[in-house]
Design a protein around this ligand. Sequence first.
Ligand SMILES: [Fe+2]
Length: 192
Amino acid sequence: MKIPTKEECLRILKENNVPGNIIAHLNAVHDFSMKVADILEKRGIIVNRDLVSAGALLHDVKKLSPNDHVLEGYEYVKSLGYPEVAMVIKKHGLAHLDDEGFVPGTWEEKIVFYADKRVKGDKIVSVDERFEYIKQRYFQPTKDLNLSGLKSLQTATNSSDSCSLQYKKEDVENEIDFTKKIEKELLGDEKL
Ligand SMILES: [Fe+2]
C-alpha cells in the first residue's frame, strides 16, 4: 500500500493552493483522528495510522471545487497513485450515505469521517453542536428563497455537509443518527 507521508500531503495541499483556513481544518481533523486511533488501539484494534493521517490531511484537498469535492478529491488522490487514501476521502462526506460505495466501512474510513464531524473549522465541537451549525446553515434560506437565500443554498451545495438542494430535515436527523452510531463504535464509553 502506497501512502504519502505527512510532508508529502502538505506539499500536495500547497500544489493545489488549498487556503490556510482549510489547512488548519485538515490539521485539526488529523490530530483528532490520531486521538481516536489511540482509543481503538487501547482496545487492541489495529489501525493503519499512516492511512488515517494521509486521509485526514487530504480529505478536503478539492474542497473549493465547484463540483462534488468528495468525488473530485477521491479521483485526484487515486490519480496520484494512492487508491487506499482515495477511498478514505470518498467516504468522508454526508451527501451520499444512501449509496453503499460511500459509506465508511473500515476503521480508518470511520475515523476520518467521524473526526471531520467533530471539527468545525479548526475547533473541536460535539456531534450535536456540529449538526446544529449545519442545520442553521441549510434551513434558513428555504424560508425565503430570495437572492441571498439562493446564494446561501449554493454555498451549502458546495460544502462537504450537503450536495443537494433537496436537503431535508429528516436527512439531517439520519446523518446525526449515523454519526452517533459511528461515534459509539469508535469511542465506546470514552469521551473525546
Ligand atoms: Fe472536512
